[in-house]
Ligand binder design. Structure first.
Ligand code: PGA
Length: 253
């Protein structure tokens, strides 16, 4: 059985005090209010990871992710952070290939394949993001485009490694725009990706992978999205910055 997951991507938001306050609120609200077994993950900026980890260490409902890692193990890469540093700081997960990284930092499918490898080698669970631009959506070949992102960054992995990956489908035209994909659009892509993975690996592996939806997911639309048979939860940007909204989304399964 695949896991239901809600992951909050804070992006470049929250000072340390604000981030700790948000974390404490989530840690207090989740056990009281959430009546399901969803895996809850928060991804603060790198510089807050250790302090947030300290707030999370006496509980087991909320887990810690980083928003990125470098593709090399160590070396002369000023300003960069390695997967082993993240693991040593207490992160269990790392977001890889977010569309903002692909767009502003020119991350390619090939480089992301290396990041996935190094994350797995350091026992981090990659939350691998994929998704098409509005232009590609309108041209109509969006399923092929996103399938190719998976193929080029993930399909070199042996079965047991791919089975550790969480996939997040995030149509770029829906991120931070307030324009959510409809549940039909999300279901169509999620089912297509699962079928593609099944054809390259196996039905069993594809059935057990969690595929999250991301892009303007909020309390008012999460229930409908999460009710789709192939949508296993969400990667949440803007709405993860409010403990109330984030917890309401977790309650939407
Ligand atoms: P959004 O961002 O929820 O603010 O649209 C989602 C994401 O980028 O992960």
């Amino acid at each position: 059985m695949r896991k239901k997951i809600v992951a909050g991507n804070w992006k470049m938001n929250k000072t340390l005090d604000e981030g700790l306050k948000l974390t404490s609120e989530i840690v207090n609200m989740v056990p009281d209010e959430v009546n399901n077994d969803a895996l809850v993950i928060i991804a603060p900026p790198f510089v807050h990871l250790t302090a947030v980890r300290n707030l999370l260490k006496d509980q087991d409902r909320v887990h810690l992710a980083a928003q990125n890692c470098h593709s090399e193990e160590s070396g002369a890469y000023t300003g960069e952070i390695s997967a082993s540093m993240l693991a040593s700081a207490g992160a269990g997960y790392v977001i890889i290939g977010h569309s903002e990284r692909r767009e502003y930092f020119h991350e390619t499918n090939e480089e992301l394949a290396k990041k996935v490898n190094i994350a797995l080698a350091n026992k981090l669970t990659p939350v691998f993001c994929c998704g098409e631009s509005l232009e590609i959506r309108e041209e109509g070949n969006y399923v092929e485009y996103v399938s190719n992102q998976l193929k080029e960054s993930l399909f070199h992995l042996p079965d047991e490694d791919l089975s550790r990956v969480i996939i997040a489908y995030e149509p770029i035209w829906a991120i931070g725009t307030g324009k959510t994909a409809s549940s039909e659009q999300a279901q169509e892509m999620h089912a297509a990706l699962r079928k593609y993975i099944a054809s390259a690996y196996s039905d069993e592996l594809a059935d057990n992978l969690s595929v999250l939806y991301g892009g303007s997911c909020k309390p008012s639309n999460a229930r409908k999205l999460f009710a789709c048979p192939d949508v296993d939860g969400g990667l949440i940007g803007g709405a993860s910055l409010s403990s109330r909204d984030f917890v309401d989304i977790i309650k939407s399964f």
